[in-house]
Design a protein around this ligand. Structure first.
Ligand SMILES: Cc1cc2nc3c(=O)[nH]c(=O)nc-3n(C[C@H](O)[C@H](O)[C@H](O)COP(=O)(O)O)c2cc1C
Length: 364
């Protein structure tokens, strides 16, 4: 059975109820967003971690091919970390690099890799920024897009109105019923209902709390009793059956991330794609704050195994702290020090075109 888009998603120009969810850090490049629209769905550019200028050029690249797409932004909602905890974690990371390099690269041929890892300089001060929120709002005023999705928090009502004044629909990511009620009160046009099964960061507005162990099904039910807004379901959806089930439950769309990570159009790092290809179904994903200081779901690796227990909360300070380390591991092609974001549906990833994957999920 082939699924058809309805409601807000149909109004935005999609033909099928499939959303290519935003994935910051590389995966959601313009090619992936364009492929989603070719498949009849709607894809999101991930504005997080990019400068407004970089996001602008991605918007232009997508606009030259399709008008069915959206942009995702991180709402500023920093999680503070004390100077002492930051310094302690920085020392732990430095010790870990040395220990790991000695253990994994102990032969003569690996000298250049050991040198590259030894060169990593971790920032000494906790950097707290707002990811260029105002610059990105100003960009979206100059270059309006059809839909903007927001994660990590609730923006001021005036910012929601500012985006809507550009003609954009505003979707807010929620992870429980009370966030849903507050997003509705702030004027959101729709909600992305994200369960803890999702890959990458949990969009919770209160990351101090562990992600709740509530199934997407239950979460959708809890949210539906609080609001009539359109709901786009996200978290662990990786098969046509799972997509069908959330639509039957009243979601307007299934938003998928992980299942697209190995697609040809995804800009995920090659080492991330390979780790997903090799991941065994017996080793389940883990939730960790070790990379970014905010809970996120990832494939387990040496980094999560050795550092999750010691990592404090602190976003975006820890994201910036671990960034040079992650870059070095990516450069040498070693997945053991990379944030291998993945949702619970990680066994369903395939090296195929995103269009084929999305059409299959839509029952075509
Ligand atoms: C690699 C990766 C990066 C992500 N980055 C973002 C992001 O920038 N903004 C956002 O709202 N959600 C982000 N997410 C969450 C997705 O938008 C979506 O909610 C999630 O992928 C759905 O669950 P699934 O991965 O099980 O399909 C990311 C997820 C992944 C896997």
């Amino acid at each position: 059975m082939s699924l058809r888009a309805t409601g807000l998603l149909a109004q935005l120009g999609a033909a099928t109820p499939l959303v290519a969810a935003p994935m910051a850090g590389g995966p959601s490049r313009p090619e992936l967003v364009i492929a989603a629209s070719r498949a009849g769905g709607l894809g999101f550019l991930a504005g997080g971690y990019q400068s407004a200028a970089q996001l602008h050029s991605q918007i232009s690249a997508v606009q030259s091919e399709t008008s069915v797409f959206g942009v995702n932004l991180f709402v500023p909602n920093p999680v503070p970390v004390s100077g002492q905890d930051f310094a302690r974690y920085r020392s732990a990371l430095q010790r870990w690099i040395t220990q790991y390099a000695g253990r994994a690269y102990d032969d003569a041929e690996a000298a250049s890799i050991r040198e590259r890892l030894a060169e990593v300089v971790l920032p000494g001060d906790a950097r707290a920024d707002d990811d260029g929120w105002n610059e990105k709002l100003a960009l979206l005023e100059r270059e309006p897009v059809p839909v903007v999705s927001l994660t990590f928090g609730l923006p001021a009502e005036q910012d929601v109105r500012r985006l809507q004044a550009t003609g954009a629909k505003v979707m807010v990511t929620v992870t429980d019923a009370s966030e849903a009620a507050r997003a509705q009160a702030a004027g959101a046009d729709g909600l992305i209902v994200q369960s803890g099964a999702a890959g990458g960061h949990h969009g919770s507005w209160n990351p101090v709390r562990e992600p709740q162990r509530v199934s997407l099904r239950e979460l959708l039910g809890n949210v539906r009793v609080r609001t009539e807004l359109p709901l786009w379901a996200a978290g662990g959806l990786s098969t046509p059956e799972a997509v069908h089930a959330v639509l039957v439950q009243g979601a307007e769309a299934a938003a998928v991330g992980t299942v697209l990570l190995r697609s040809g159009e995804s800009g995920a790092h090659e080492a991330h794609k390979q780790a997903l290809a090799q991941a065994s179904a017996e080793r389940s994903t883990v939730v960790t704050t070790a990379f970014s200081g905010r809970p996120a779901r990832a494939l387990p690796n040496a980094f999560t195994g050795d550092l999750t227990a010691q990592a404090p909360l602190g976003f975006p300070a820890l994201h910036h702290l671990t960034s040079p380390l992650r870059r070095a591991f990516a450069e040498v092609g070693d997945p053991e020090g990379i944030n291998l974001w993945a949702g619970t549906g990680f066994t369903e990833t395939r090296e195929e075109s995103a269009e084929v994957i999305l059409r299959r999920l839509a029952g075509q």
